[in-house]
Design a binder for this molecule. Structure first.
Ligand code: PGA
Length: 256
């Protein structure tokens, strides 16, 4: 973390969990424990149907609401899809874009991610762009190349004045939901490289203003060490965000 230049951000990603009846107690539990965090921003990326409830419950407290996806077109005949303007109007501040599960199961490409990032910014939403390598890519030694290409694609046609609104989340795919966390060295190396890519495209001032998270089996036990690294400014939390105590332990590690 480096709070002098950028925001620390802990984001929960509920994925496809928690129908409304179960969302309510979880939101209450998180609100009770986490709403006093002063030094880091907390955001809950909940399923679409839970957004209105989450927005209502978190009104007036420091916790923001996020979405997990949005469509890449403005509006129109896209049955079953949800637009940037719709989530914005429901109280959303952040939106996860290009999560590896969407890249893997829904065929999201770098080109689509790029469109979504631009559309999110046009709608005054802050994109959390997920990047990360597959296990075989790490084993081949091409992690930095893979991530660099993903970051460059997300920044395509983004003017310098907008870059600081984008959050990057480095999520090695082999670490997501597996209980296998990247080592501090692995996570730091890639987050540092992401910042270097931004610096080369824009400048040092812009690069140091961008929040870069780590995601992939982050939990109460490993959060402190990961967040202690200068280029890791927060976490994108899946499994541990479904338990108020575990999530709060990570928030507190970021709040020190
Ligand atoms: P995990 O998920 O914390 O359960 O590994 C992280 C993510 O997919 O964002």
């Amino acid at each position: 973390m480096n709070r002098r230049y950028r925001k620390t951000l802990i984001a929960g990603n509920w994925k496809m969990n928690k129908p409304l009846t179960e969302a309510r107690p979880l939101l209450d539990g998180i609100k009770q424990r986490c709403s006093k965090a002063r030094w880091c921003e907390v955001v809950l990326c909940v399923p679409f149907v839970n957004i209105p409830l989450a927005s209502r419950l978190m009104k007036g407290c420091r916790i923001s609401v996020g979405a997990q996806n949005m469509h890449h077109e403005v509006s129109g005949a896209y049955t079953g899809e949800v637009s940037a303007a719709m989530i914005k109007s429901a109280g959303v501040k952040y939106v996860i874009i290009g999560h590896s599960e969407r890249r893997q199961y829904c065929g999201e490409t770098d080109e689509l991610v790029s469109k979504k990032v631009r559309l999110a910014l046009e709608n005054d939403l802050r994109p959390i762009v997920c990047v990360g390598e597959r296990l075989e890519q790490r084993e081949m030694g091409i992690t930095l190349e893979v991530v660099t290409l993903q970051v460059k694609a997300a920044l395509d046609q983004i003017p310098a004045g907008q870059v600081r609104k984008i959050v990057f989340a480095y999520e090695p795919i082999w670490a997501i939901g597996t209980g296998r966390t990247a080592t501090v060295e692995q996570a730091s190396e890639v987050c540092k490289e992401i910042r270097a890519v931004i610096r080369k495209k824009y400048d040092a001032r812009i690069a140091r203003s961008v929040t870069i998270q780590y995601g992939g089996s982050m939990n109460a036990d490993n959060a402190k060490e990961l967040l202690g690294q200068p280029d890791i400014d927060g976490g994108l939390i899946g499994g541990a965000s479904l338990d108020p105590d575990s999530f709060n332990a990570i928030v507190q590690a970021a709040n020190q």
